[in-house]
Design a protein around this ligand. Structure first.
Ligand code: IMP
Length: 196
């Protein structure tokens, strides 16, 4: 077998993020697989693209080239059906500028409140091994801001089958169903089956 075909499952993965809420969720997810998630301590470079996968992969590759250690980057977004998928890949900017109250104002009077969170995790183990994993959870946009935990749009997102928003759940509970957990679990499955 060629040396590059032999993959070792990392004990630590570096996460490229400035978002402490995200870091907390990834750490909790990693812990249940005996995988340590460490903060990469680098700026996440975000290109403008309509594809979460492209944004995550560009960020992960540039991060890897600086750090040269197994690293992952995630790009996630909230896609609201009646707004044709807005804010989607622009979620970070829209959260900073409009926030939860701004989204609720735009949706005032709208009966169709379906929305989905999507996550794309790009994993770089070495320069030849780059993989992207995705996850999605759908639900609805609440009528008011509810809950104190989590981050971003958590206080206005109610997952399907629940009455509480993500911000009214613990990290453990959110991690059982979230878009991020689904992408992360696919990544873990791939690592288990493709490394030793
Ligand atoms: P990014 O992946 O760090 O670029 O995140 C995009 C934005 O989407 C964040 O700033 C949040 O506002 C929002 N977002 C992504 N994932 C979540 C989540 O799990 N809960 C709440 N908001 C999220």
């Amino acid at each position: 077998m060629l040396k590059r075909d032999v993959l070792r499952k990392p004990k630590t993965l570096y996460l490229l993020t400035n978002n402490d809420g995200k870091l907390r969720e990834f750490r909790e997810l990693g812990a249940s697989h005996s995988l340590k998630i460490a903060k990469a301590g680098l700026e996440k470079l975000e290109i403008q693209s309509s594809s979460l996968e492209e944004i995550a992969t560009y960020a992960a590759l540039t991060g890897y080239l600086s750090l040269r250690k197994p690293l992952l980057a995630e790009d996630a977004g909230l896609f609201i059906q009646s707004l044709n998928g807005f804010p989607g890949p622009y979620s970070s900017y829209v959260f900073k500028t409009l926030g939860n109250e701004g989204i609720l104002r735009i949706m005032d009077g709208m009966n169709l409140r379906r929305a989905c969170f999507r996550s794309a995790i790009s994993l770089v183990l070495d320069i030849q091994t780059i993989k992207v994993f995705t996850g999605e959870i759908c639900g609805s946009i609440s009528n008011k801001v509810r809950g104190k935990s989590g981050f971003g749009f958590d206080p206005i997102f109610i997952p399907e089958g629940y009455t509480r928003t993500f911000a009214e759940m613990s990290v453990k509970e959110k991690n059982k169903i979230s878009h991020r957990a689904k992408a992360f679990n696919s990544m873990m499955e791939w690592l288990e089956n493709n490394s030793f």
